[in-house]
Design a protein around this ligand. Sequence first.
Ligand SMILES: Nc1ncnc2c1ncn2[C@@H]1O[C@H](COP(=O)(O)OP(=O)(O)OP(=O)(O)O)[C@@H](O)[C@H]1O
Ligand SMILES: [Mg+2]
Ligand SMILES: [Mg+2]
Length: 476
Amino acid sequence: MEFEVVIGLEVHAQLNTKTKIFCSCPTSFGDEPNTNVCEVCLGLPGALPVLNKEVVKKAIALGTAINATINQKSIFNRKNYFYPDLPKGYQTSQFEIPIVEAGEIYIDFEDGTTKRIGVTRAHLEEDAGKNIHHGNVSHVDLNRAGTPLLEIVSEPDMRSSEEAILYLKKLHAILRYLDISDANMQEGSFRCDANVSIRPKGETKLYTRAEIKNLNSFKFIQKAIDYEVERQSNAWEDGVYEKEVVQETRLYDTEKNETRSMRGKEDSAEYRYFPDPDLLPVLVPDDMLAECIQIPELPDQKRDRFLKEYGIKEYDANVITSSVEMAQFYETMISEGAGAKNAVTWLTVELLARLSHGMTLMTSPVDAVKLASIVKRIEDGTISGKAAKEVLDYLMENNSNVDEAIEKLGLKQVSDDGAILAIIDAIISANADKVAEYRGGKDKLFGFFVGQTMKESKGAANPSKVNELLKSRLDA
Ligand SMILES: Nc1ncnc2c1ncn2[C@@H]1O[C@H](COP(=O)(O)OP(=O)(O)OP(=O)(O)O)[C@@H](O)[C@H]1O
Ligand SMILES: [Mg+2]
Ligand SMILES: [Mg+2]
């Protein structure tokens, strides 16, 4: 039987506000447990929440970026369930009227085609705390309780784990471009739940989905989805689909590379959602909306502009705009005067390959200005491309400027006509027979003379100068 894979993703992005969504406790990461808490986020009786306006602005920015409908009136609900890390006994979230509805994100395949993925909704909610287990004892850290989240829910539009990853990377980039979330996956600021089902090819109805939670790296998300697809199709082939594939929440075990059942998945009715009586409906006035829809250039727009302005390849434009840091790095190189095409290679191939573990473009010892100077020194003939690699290696390790490094490493190309001509003339007089053959029509010998000249100059002669001067002497 041939199956079609159906995937819908829920992403929880932590919004990068200074304070929590309903109180003024800080949202900083990694502090001593239970130090960033107050009566509101501890859920003490009688404490009243006050909505942080910043989270509304950030949600509207995301909605604008994905061409969504912005609801100028939305509602906070209580989603009731019991869990030790949830002190109020309910999570304050949006349900029937979220702030953002019906958007779209375009994913780009390597062959240049694109696909539209629908975004059902994006709603505001608070994060829960964290249970910490030590042997038989469990502790609860409520620093994270009340941290603002935007839950972005996709339509079940993805048909492979590759599409799921492309969608997540695009959404990640959009959040970073908008600067509304640091989207740091290690710190849990960008978390994904993957809903996976299969169906016989050609059918349009949705079959039972399994929801895989706790996925915090692109690699593991892809592996978890692949495992789950395999598990479900095996169950189908073995005639145990109904028994094995049930609506449930599963956990992915990164060590065993498998998903395991964690708990049955409630239908939304089980949560007894109702509007939170402590919070008024969220009303966004026209002037606030007008202000919030002013957003910076997004990855797709930047890519299209780079294609037009810089004439680089589509693939390269996609790579460079895939992160806001890389796009900024590239544009700084261009404004420093590096050629557009060389800048692509030196950034995406040479520099990225030299960033060691944990190093990013932001912390690279060679910044955009320095890398641009290296490229400019190639373009003005001061150094060869090969020598430039040595310069880059050196600058990754040593704090120096580009021209000093070239000087110190003795890599300056000889472009001075006189010096190169002296070498050429010596070679010509030592090889009179070959000169005669060349002049007699054996064009291939030109390479021999180039090789000899480069060798004699110990690789320092500027190759295009060598070509030019050799021609002038030999063809004279
Ligand atoms: N049959 C299916 N196969 C794959 N994905 C599905 C299927 N049905 C729904 N989905 C996807 O599952 C996700 C459901 O997310 P949603 O937040 O609406 O509900 P939930 O998972 O029940 O709620 P919760 O926020 O409590 O996890 C959506 O991304 C949707 O596209
Ligand atoms: Mg879910
Ligand atoms: Mg959800």
